[in-house]
Design a protein around this ligand. Structure first.
Ligand SMILES: Cc1ncc(COP(=O)(O)O)c(C=O)c1O
Length: 368
């Protein structure tokens, strides 16, 4: 085998031969592969962000507020309204994307000699977070149709006794939210092994009506953590702001592992301005949910099988050759996601026009 320059570095042994995370970033007319909001940031929100960032620029000679107090307060207010749970600023933590927030949690509660468990198919970064903090990764299993039941999840936690368990709800890539019974069963089982339970609600705002958030369970459950992000519903993927809610002692623990001043003044200013316009930004969430439901309705008419979705994307099966279908769509300028599950693909719900183009291209492919 030919040696690459990387092979000649004294890299940690477990990183040798590994690939970095990287969904394709191709410049095509419809980019529907990483579950961003495809609507541009509304002009008045752009103006508000620019104004706040300008004011922050005048302070850049100083380090930012290490405890991001204003941002935490705004996030607590937003989450309380969104979920119906009464949350205070001390329960909130934030980082540069929920990816960094997850890393903080694992740095504090996993680490060398400890284990992290999740249930594939799920967000592909979980094993990588575990690797990054020198923890072992345990892949749990799912039932028929990638479902999870309270009994099965609890039994697997009791069997493996991980230090941290991650539930993803709505799950990426399948799109389906967990009932709170599953979260409660996981939490009860986790108590026996002092396991921290994370519910990743990156797509929480897109859940179907009547589906409660695990945020409503935080009260009285000091080992439960619910993570959220501004990358999806807030159309702020480029702003890099993820956050969590948990007991105040959990957020206190995370201060032990964060790097000093990890949230720049510019990031804090941009996120605060977006939060001030939460109501306006949520109007697009409703539009996206409409397109998501349209995809859910139309795919069965093409003989395909979408999974129930509480997210801003739809996972569907029934394709003879998923990669060929993916390539056909790409040739039409539509980039969706092949998550490596035979016969299945995942598509982000975009604008009405993007959704129309996706559905037409897929129909043409199936009728070819
Ligand atoms: C389930 C899930 N969690 C977390 C993330 C990370 O989001 P971010 O780091 O942008 O907050 C993603 C991104 O796609 C995701 O799908």
């Amino acid at each position: 085998m030919t040696q690459t320059p990387l092979d000649r570095l004294p890299l940690r042994p477990e990183l040798k031969g590994q690939q970095p995370y990287g969904a394709p970033q191709l410049n095509v007319p419809a980019m529907l592969n990483v579950n961003e909001t495809t609507y541009p940031v509304p002009a008045d929100v752009v103006d508000a962000i620019a104004k706040e960032v300008r004011a922050a620029a005048e302070t850049l000679n100083r380090y930012p507020d290490r405890e991001f107090t204003v941002l935490r307060t705004k996030l607590a207010e937003y989450l309380s309204v969104e979920s119906g749970a009464a949350l205070i600023a001390e329960q909130i933590w934030a980082g540069n994307g929920s990816n960094e927030v997850m890393q903080h949690i694992l740095q504090a509660f996993a680490g060398p000699g400890r284990s992290v468990m999740s249930f594939p198919p799920t967000y592909s970064m979980y094993p990588l977070y575990a690797r990054g903090v020198y923890s072992s990764y345990i892949a749990g299993t799912r039932g028929p149709g990638f479902s999870q039941t309270p009994q099965d999840v609890a039994a697997q936690i009791r069997q493996h006794r991980p230090h941290v368990v991650i539930l993803c709800s709505p799950n990426n890539p399948t799109g389906t939210a967990l009932s709170l019974e599953v979260v409660e069963a996981a939490y009860q089982a986790a108590q026996e092994s002092e396991t921290m339970v994370i519910v990743d609600e990156a797509y929480g705002e897109f859940r179907q009506p009547g589906t409660p958030s695990a945020l409503t369970m935080l009260e009285g459950r000091p080992r439960l953590i619910v993570t959220r992000t501004m990358s999806k519903a807030f159309a702020l993927a480029g702003g890099r702001l993820g956050y969590l809610a948990a007991a105040p002692e959990v957020t206190d623990a995370l201060r032990l592992v964060r790097l000093p001043y990890h949230l720049s003044a510019v990031t804090q200013a941009a996120a605060c301005a977006a939060l001030d316009h939460a109501e306006h930004l949520m109007a697009n969430v409703e539009r996206i949910k409409g397109q998501r439901d349209r995809i859910l309705n139309e795919l069965p008419q093409m003989g395909l099988t979408p999974y129930p979705s509480d997210a801003n994307f739809v996972f569907f099966g029934g394709l003879e050759d998923a990669h060929q279908a993916w390539q056909h769509l790409l040739d039409d300028g539509i980039l969706i996601r092949d998550v490596g599950i035979e016969g299945h693909l995942r598509v982000t719900a975009g604008t009405e026009a993007e959704t129309t183009d996706f559905l037409n291209s897929l129909r043409n492919y199936l009728n070819r």
